[in-house]
Design a protein around this ligand. Structure first.
Ligand code: AMP
Length: 363
């Protein structure tokens, strides 16, 4: 089974590495022959929104998935008419637009921060009148890892935020004074089978995921998060891995966003769960039985951002596994990660502290 992946980033690379033992072979579309996925599969060189290159990829494979989210939906509908394309285009189209995402949460009764669509300075002022300050102004599209957003704390910030972001369609959100951030990852196969991973607790720095620990054990929250994912699976007649990121406020889940793909907060599952999110994504889109999501002990995952810590030093930490994505260093770029898996949560936490010190010492 030859699988095409639009985008050859680290997610595509880890999908391929998980898919080879299942007999899958991988072809990527990416601008760079040096991209992480291109190092482990065939590459069609070109832009994600180049219809010819997308068609070329489709010719080479039997099934298409993606590791980037920002491919125009109308182009993907053309590709989906030629080859099975999973997860479905409508799930991706919704995730591309924060307004559509919020409307979906509201329609399904999934709690989300108060929000207000903003296309003019007057609408921004009305939104702030309704929501109050602090608030977060975000671009509706193309924002990720905290890019394309600004926190407004006082009235003087309104003008600055408008000057910075006002040329795009925007959404204003209530600023959530969260206790923590968590995410749920699940998979649904083409045959309708579903599995759910335990919640992961995620710590961000400057809008980018810094580290996470899993499982985050809270039975009531787990049940609610799974019921939200189940609703989304049904809504989209979904196949593949799907993620919801949440704020926890007063012990309750408040949805931030969805990602219709494998997710950074699930990298721990490679070593820390019986079946990784990457393998389950491949199983799900191929219509194979899904694998157990049971955690193996307690895990932590730390992103390597901007530079890689020395391999020898990291591997000296008990339970540490090193993942180098094969990228050239650049500030704020995710270059790799490390996962620690231990049988005891306390051991996990002390290894995590050592790893964080190491990562901070190098930055
Ligand atoms: P996003 O790109 O929406 O995932 O935002 C990146 C990070 O910014 C989140 O994980 C939060 O840490 C923070 N953030 C985003 N939206 C809000 C909000 N409405 N209230 C508080 N923090 C937020």
């Amino acid at each position: 089974m030859r699988i095409g992946i639009i985008g050859a980033g680290q997610l595509g690379r880890m999908l391929a590495l998980a898919g080879y033992p299942l007999g899958s072979r991988f072809h990527f579309l990416d601008r760079s022959a040096e991209a992480p996925g291109a190092q482990v599969g065939e590459i069609v060189l070109g832009a994600f929104d180049d219809p010819q290159r997308l068609a070329e990829l489709a010719q080479q494979v039997e099934l298409i998935t993606f590791d980037v989210e920002n491919v125009p939906a109308d182009l993907l509908n053309e590709i989906a008419a030629q080859r099975p394309f999973l997860p479905p285009v409508n799930a991706l189209a919704t995730a591309q637009d924060r307004l559509a995402e919020k409307q979906l949460f509201d329609s399904l009764g999934i709690a989300t921060p108060q929000w207000h669509a903003v296309d003019s300075l007057a609408e921004l002022e009305t939104g702030i009148g309704a929501i109050g300050l602090p608030a977060v102004l975000k671009t509706r599209r193309l924002g990720y890892d905290g890019r394309g957003q600004m926190v407004l704390r006082e009235p003087a910030d309104i003008q600055t935020a408008w000057e910075k972001l006002g040329s795009w369609p925007l959404i204003l959100e209530q600023f959530m004074p969260f206790e923590r951030e968590v995410s749920i990852i699940g998979a649904r196969s083409t045959g309708g089978e579903t599995v759910y991973y335990p919640l992961s607790e995620n710590t961000h720095q400057d809008g980018i995921l810094h580290y996470c620990t899993a499982p985050y054990i809270d039975q009531a929250m787990q049940a609610t998060a799974e019921s939200y994912l189940a609703q989304l699976f049904e809504k989209f007649d979904y196949a593949g891995v799907l993620t919801i990121e949440f704020f926890v406020v007063d012990g309750q889940l408040v949805a931030n966003e969805i990602a219709p793909r494998v997710h950074n907060s699930g990298h721990w599952t490679i070593e820390g769960a019986r079946t990784s999110q990457f393998e389950n994504h491949i199983r799900a889109i191929r219509g194979l039985p899904l694998g157990s999501t049971t955690p193996i002990g307690h895990s932590a995952m730390v992103n390597f951002i901007g530079q890689l810590p020395p391999l020898e030093t990291v591997l000296a930490i008990r339970g540490a596994k090193y993942h180098d994505y094969g990228k050239s260093p650049r500030p704020l770029r995710k270059l790799g990660h490390c996962t620690i898996t231990t049988s005891d949560a306390g051991d996990r936490d002390s290894s995590l502290q050592r790893l964080l010190q190491l990562v901070h010492a190098g930055s």
